[in-house]
Design a protein around this ligand. Structure first.
Ligand code: AP5
Ligand code: MG
Length: 205
């Protein structure tokens, strides 16, 4: 099953993606995580992407598309995959449509007032990409791999505001795009993590 997970910054995509991928044994492909890995490794792509990410802007399509095209060629994608954070605008969605078929586009419909609070307390693992909150990870360690959790550079309030603006302008129109293709599944993202996941699994069945 080829799945896309969509939703505003902080809507819970990464959190749900990890759970879905574990259950269905498919790779979790997050463009945000791949870009952050490139930044951590000091690659040329990472250097180019960092300026855009720190400002809450989209990284240019040609960089992200090349990254995804390359990743989707890997053997572990043969039996399906979950894309988290890609596509993020119509041009990226059109490219994706030419490479692979999308079976389900999951949209996490989460209210803006929930999002601000979630992003303020978000903690992420720089090693495996696991995303959690300060409340859930009181010891500050990743429960998947034990690494020390960090606060993301782009979770500062002014950057978050810009990310939400970019999302509304460029990414939100993809909800209608995938609805028109008949693959959109909308899930209420305002519930607890486990309830959101239960709704996703029910929809996938
Ligand atoms: P990316 O990393 O994709 O960030 P994003 O889309 O802004 O989304 P987030 O990762 O912030 O949120 P999320 O929905 O995954 O929420 P999470 O599960 O962590 O992209 C970052 C940047 O990279 C972009 O700004 C752009 O510059 C660049 N980029 C990436 N892809 C690109 C592309 N395709 N093209 C161009 N540029 C690209 O949850 C958030 C918090 O809430 C956590 O603390 C979590 O524990 C908590 N939480 C989650 N669910 C719940 C719940 N149900 N109840 C309570 N708390 C919850
Ligand atoms: Mg994420």
């Amino acid at each position: 099953m080829n799945i896309i997970i969509m939703g505003a910054p902080g809507s819970g995509k990464g959190t749900q993606a990890v759970m879905i991928c574990k259950a269905h044994k498919i790779p979790h492909i997050s463009t945000g995580d791949l870009l952050r890995k490139n930044i951590a490794d000091g690659t040329e792509l990472g250097k180019q992407a960092k300026t855009y990410m720190d400002a809450g802007k989209l990284v240019p399509d040609e960089l992200v598309v090349a990254l995804i095209e390359d990743r989707l060629k890997a053997d572990d994608c043969k039996n399906g995959f979950l894309l988290d954070g890609f596509p993020r605008n119509k041009a990226q969605a059109d490219v994706l449509g030419k490479i692979v078929k999308t079976d389900v586009a999951l949209y996490l419909d989460t209210d803006l007032n929930k999002i601000a609070a979630r992003m303020a307390s978000r903690r992420v693992c720089p090693k495996c990409g696991y995303s959690t909150s300060a409340e859930l990870a009181k010891d500050g360690k990743c429960k998947e791999c034990g690494e020390t959790l960090i606060i993301r550079d782009d979770d500062k309030l002014e950057v978050v505001e810009n990310r939400l603006k970019v999302y509304a302008e460029q990414s939100a129109p993809l909800i209608e795009y995938y609805k028109a293709k008949g693959v959109l599944v909308t899930v209420n993202g305002n519930q607890t993590i486990d309830d959101v996941y239960a709704d996703i699994e029910a929809a996938l069945k």
